[in-house]
Design a protein around this ligand. Structure first.
Ligand code: FAD
Ligand code: NAD
Length: 483
């Protein structure tokens, strides 16, 4: 078929989802589970030219980064921490090619799994570009350029986000790169520069530092991890410094240029102008919503001032029957947030109940120590003026953490004085991302501090930290001194 020919399909879908990332594919699956005729269109192409469902998260984000974080942490522990367990290990060597092969095979397995899930649920999966022509029409451009108009009753836009680029630091894909390139380096850069000490900067900086790079992170703001509870941020900063991440705060980058196989970065901070030379420079200064080529002119889907598709609390756009979910709409850019929005919308379309509790979305930074939180930080609670109490329990007092040789960090719980409501839980330490689930559930069920105090936690486990932090909030901790 010639690229100029446009055909129209006779079948009418109930729901077409544009975007097959962690917001889009769950929406399509739930729609099909709700007995709706559903399709999912995705255009993601990997560096080798292959199409894959799963979006940023599976192909270039959550999954590959966690694979490398795990591998690099094991390498680091084998070299630095085995001895204390009485394990003599010699000749430990890095085989980066094997590590990267493992990362790629996990990604392939997981993205293949999405294709299988779509099929098993009866979702029609299309690879190619989707464009909203009208509230009930989507134009599909297939890999061969052929255009087909698909008819539908509802459309869910789930086109995700792309990395922000700095005009003064033009990417070349080889020396000045984004996070996707930085996950696929085939050699450990001797000197790595990272612009942005956000989640990506810290996770990828940790990976390459553990594998041997000298890592310098240039962060524009003066405050480290401003979105986190500041007691956690201080603890994290201390341990990242010990790992050897050189994090420079208040560093304003003015330019970067490649010459002679290296990158020269100019930046200024309170001490004056500086020059930094690195072998690779990763730009990780945030992501922006991706809507290019998504909506035909005149459809009327409104964007907000920052370029996100404007939606209400139920992810309805400004056009009836057009919905938007995930990174392309307001709220934290997190896979699990997008997933819940996608599921909510698919349920609402089917006439079922659907809600996302934006107050209990957990955040996790998969560094070592790991950082996780849900709810308000102490700074936010203080600013709200509500009287509060804090309970904290250090992992140094946890038998399990000691046994794991992982006794860094603490669990901190913040609760209201008036009704004992849990307002926030912040964990820095081993398996924080797993441990936060209990706090999310507690807050979702409106549990009080006393409820956690009266819940039996297995001994010895890391989860006892939350139990003891809840007790500590009322100065009744058993396994630590109450302050
Ligand atoms: P995306 O995952 O970006 O998917 C959108 C999909 O839509 C893409 O496949 C895109 O190609 C496709 N698309 C766009 N426009 C069209 C169109 N017109 N037609 C057809 N297809 C289209 N989040 C976490 O929660 N935990 C983590 O550990 C985590 N780690 C991360 C690590 C890195 C390095 C990065 C970059 C991100 C990470 N994130 C993490 C963030 C997470 O990846 C995103 O929040 C999540 O992928 C957003 O999901 P989404 O479905 O909204 O968008
Ligand atoms: P981010 O918003 O977490 O961090 C960006 C950092 O760059 C900020 O600290 C910001 O102050 C800094 N910055 C911005 N402009 C700068 C400049 N010109 N010079 C120096 N510093 C500058 O963004 P990110 O790390 O790029 O991650 C993007 C998104 O992906 C985040 O929203 C995050 O939620 C998501 N993500 C999540 C995870 C996770 O859940 N573990 C992991 C990776 C990414």
């Amino acid at each position: 078929m010639s690229a100029a020919v446009t055909t129209a399909e006779a079948e009418v879908f109930d729901v077409i989802v544009i975007g097959g990332g962690p917001a889009g594919y769950p929406a399509a699956i739930r729609a099909a589970q709700n007995k709706l005729k559903a399709a999912c269109i995705d255009e993601w192409k990997n560096f080798d030219g292959s199409y894959a469902f799963g979006g940023t998260c599976l192909n270039a984000g959550c999954i590959p980064s966690k694979a490398l974080l795990e591998s690099s942490e094991l390498y680091h522990r084998a070299r630095e921490e085995f001895a204390v367990h009485g394990i003599k290990a010699s000749g430990i060597e890095l085989d980066l090619a094997a590590m990267q092969k493992r990362r790629a095979s996990i990604v392939k397995m997981m993205t293949g799994g999405i294709t299988a899930l779509l099929k098993a649920n009866g979702v029609k999966a299309y690879q190619g570009h989707g464009r909203l022509l009208a509230a009930d029409q989507v134009e599909l451009t297939g890999p061969d350029g052929a255009k087909t108009v698909l008819k539908t009753k509802h459309v869910i836009l789930a086109s995700g986000s792309v990395p922000v680029q700095l005009k003064s630091v033009p990417h070349d894909g080889k020396f000045i790169v984004d996070s996707w390139n930085a996950l696929e380096f085939d050699a450990v850069p001797q000197r790595l520069g990272v612009i942005g000490a956000g989640v990506i900067g810290l996770e990828l900086g940790s990976v390459w530092r553990r594998l041997g790079s000298t890592v310098t992170v240039l962060e524009a703001t003066d405050q480290f991890l401003p979105m986190a509870d500041q007691a956690v941020a201080r603890e994290a900063q201390h341990h990242f410094k010990k790992l050897g991440l050189d994090i420079k705060l208040g560093a304003k980058v003015s330019s970067a240029a490649v010459s002679g196989g290296a990158v020269s970065v100019s930046y200024a901070d309170a001490q004056g102008e500086h020059q930094l030379t690195v072998d690779k420079l990763v730009v990780a200064v945030g992501r922006r919503p991706f809507t290019e080529g998504l909506i035909a002119a005149g459809v009327g889907v409104a964007l907000d001032a920052r370029g996100f598709i404007a939606v209400d609390e139920h992810c309805r756009s400004s056009v009836p029957n057009v919905w938007a979910v995930g990174d392309v709409v307001r709220g934290p850019m997190l896979a699990h947030k997008g997933k819940e929005e996608g599921v909510m919308v698919a349920d609402l379309i089917a006439g079922l109940y659907g809600e996302v509790n934006y107050k209990t979305i957990p955040s996790v930074i998969y560094t070592a120590p790991e950082i996780a939180w849900v709810g308000l930080t102490e700074e936010q609670v203080k600013a709200s003026g509500r009287a509060y109490k804090v309970g904290s329990f250090p992992f140094t007092a946890s038998g399990r953490a000691r046994a794991m040789e992982a006794s860094i960090g603490f669990t901190k719980l913040i609760a209201a004085v008036d009704d004992d409501e849990i307002l926030g839980v912040h964990i820095i330490g081993p398996m924080a991302g797993e441990l936060i689930g209990e706090a999310v559930l507690a807050m979702e069920y409106s549990a009080s501090t006393e409820d956690i105090q009266r819940t039996i936690h297995a001994h010895p486990t890391l989860s006892e930290g939350l139990h003891e932090a809840a007790l500590a909030a009322d100065k009744r901790a058993i396994d630590a001194i109450n302050r």
